[in-house]
Design a protein around this ligand. Structure first.
Ligand SMILES: [Zn+2]
Length: 338
């Protein structure tokens, strides 16, 4: 049976852990019971339960550890107050970290000063087990350094205007690989590069068809639009949109039925293409991201719903075409946006 403890770690150390720079966590204690998981609460200003670290061994000074990580040499030289080095074998991040308020109110959890066994918070452990996670590091190797930006942690970042892609600098091809890698493993219709920390004018379309389920892992249109520009738009549709960056906020948004867009493809070739129906909705949502606009900024109504609830809600509130030909009126940004 796996056993774990809850601990608190400062953001500065967690940045090193999630990047793989730091592969041991140093502590001045060793729990009496054998443990293999550290549930990590990130301290102020983050204040949320965010990571699960898998530990495969704990070394006690003066035993030595390999000097391939941040602080390891200091540990070997006895310069650290902490005499126990927990080897981090795997780093997982919760897609949706649990904020302190929720931890307190729902689970009676307080940020640990030392450590707390997982058996003290069984309901919280159930919740953590149910939540979606991303593996960042496994066996010392970076699995994915692609972390999505969310309104919870990175609102200002998401609000920036993305920069045009310089087609002469082929570096963008690596960035497209990251978009591709992220979308393959994520349930989504599409993604704008800024959502994974690349503030450039690139959009990845994965699924623009309402006939294919969003959770169909095999389906991928893998279409990349670089420096897209809207040439014309018309018609009027509505859909209860969700967004990877906006977590559980779902919004009813007016979008055009038809969009004509000029863009460059991965090889730099220029195209002019007409997107109709749901594809125009998806693309319009992503194009807004490039200008720092989120669906909830322009939504007629916003509701907070988790994924499963959202799917059910959409069954009764599906994509709606109001007009295919009317003049499209872009909704104004609401003042009280989140
Ligand atoms: Zn979005």
């Amino acid at each position: 049976m796996e056993k774990g403890i809850f601990i608190s770690i400062k953001p500065i150390h967690l940045r090193r852990i999630e990047s793989g720079e730091k592969n041991y966590e140093f502590r001045n204690y060793i729990p009496k019971e054998k443990i293999d998981k550290l549930y990590v609460y990130e301290t102020t200003p983050t204040c949320s339960l965010k990571y699960i670290l898998t530990i495969d061994k704990i070394i006690e000074y003066p035993d030595k550890i390999k000097e391939d990580g941040y602080g390891n040499e200091a540990f070997n030289n006895g310069l650290k107050k902490s005499k126990y080095a927990y080897h981090i074998q795997k780093v997982e991040i919760l897609d949706k970290p649990i904020p302190l308020k929720e931890l307190r109110e729902k689970y009676n959890f307080t940020a640990p000063q030392g450590y707390a066994y997982d058996t003290r918070y069984p309901e919280l452990i159930d919740k953590i087990n149910d939540l979606e996670k991303r593996i960042l590091i496994e066996n010392g190797e970076k699995k994915m350094n692609i972390i999505r930006k969310t309104i919870e942690n990175d609102e200002e970042y998401l609000r920036q205007i993305s920069k045009p892609v310089d087609l002469k600098d082929k570096g963008y091809k690596d960035e497209i690989k990251q978009l591709d890698e992220f979308c393959k493993e994520t349930e989504c219709f599409a993604l704008a590069a800024v959502q994974i920390g690349i503030p450039k004018r690139m959009v990845y379309l994965k699924n623009t068809s309402l006939d294919v389920d969003i959770d169909n892992k095999e389906y991928n249109e893998s279409k990349v639009l670089i420096n897209p520009e809207i040439l014309s738009s018309k018609g009027h549709t509505q859909y209860w949109e969700a967004c990877l960056s906006c977590l559980d906020y779902m919004g009813l948004v007016d979008r055009p039925y038809e969009l004509v867009v000029k863009y460059n493809d991965e090889d730099g070739a220029e195209h002019t293409e007409k997107f109709e129906g749901f594809a125009a909705t998806v693309l319009s949502h992503e194009l807004d991201h490039l200008d720092g606009i989120l669906h909830m900024d322009i939504a007629e109504q916003v509701l907070k719903m988790e994924k499963e609830e959202r799917k059910k809600y959409r069954e009764n509130h599906p994509y709606k075409i109001i007009s295919k030909t009317s003049i499209y009126k872009k909704p104004k940004i609401k003042k009280d946006r989140k």
